[in-house]
Design a protein around this ligand. Structure first.
Ligand code: SF4
Ligand code: SF4
Length: 171
């Protein structure tokens, strides 16, 4: 099962530190001079504010990724850790953006890469950081990496809780 980053909306305070950390992690040079150099701010996760709730939305690294299936250029593949986009192969047709039901895909200019719109999304900071930068920086502890193991532990504990609830309901 592919690992992915997921936010807990009950903890998120909407500070957008995760977005800044994401941009910084994917930038080749100093973020402090980004504005002077005319670079765009293109995080690979988006903090959404809706009905009094804030939470970042990011890629779930789908097992059979719809974005990869519809990509006409084969720019989206699974690298053994995450679903990744080869910016050189992307020509910005937005088919992946339309296919992603999570709303995790974006098409636009990415800092430090080609100066034409390309698809971009969370890559778990593969090749950039040991652990996703957003998870490391969140002051509220709202972001967590769900690995295959942690998902199995979570479902096992939910099954146990449910079994206890069913047992008590029938006693
Ligand atoms: S961008 Fe969307 S469809 Fe593609 S892997 Fe991520 S969540 Fe799945
Ligand atoms: S925008 Fe790029 S990555 Fe997305 S479907 Fe088109 S070519 Fe593929």
């Amino acid at each position: 099962m592919n690992a992915f980053v997921l936010a807990d909306p009950s903890r998120c305070i909407g500070c957008r530190a995760c977005e800044i950390a994401c941009v910084d992690a994917h930038m080749d040079s100093d973020m402090g001079t980004a504005m002077e150099r005319g670079l765009t701010f293109s995080p690979r996760l988006s903090v959404v504010r809706e009905s009094g709730v804030t939470a970042p939305i990011q890629c779930r690294q789908c097992e059979d990724a719809p974005c990869a299936a519809v990509c006409p250029s084969g720019a989206i593949t699974f690298n053994g850790r995450s679903v990744v986009i080869d910016a050189e192969q992307c020509f910005g047709c937005k088919a992946c953006l339309a296919a992603c039901s999570v709303g995790a895909m974006q098409v636009g200019i990415i800092n430090g890469e080609r100066n034409v719109p390309v698809a971009h999304k969370c890559d778990l900071c593969a090749g950039h950081r040991e652990q996703p930068a957003c998870v490391s920086v969140c002051p509220a502890g709202a972001l967590r990496v769900f690995s295959s193991e942690s998902l199995q532990q979570l479902t096992a504990s939910r099954r146990r809780e449910n079994a206890r609830r069913v047992a008590f309901e029938h006693n």
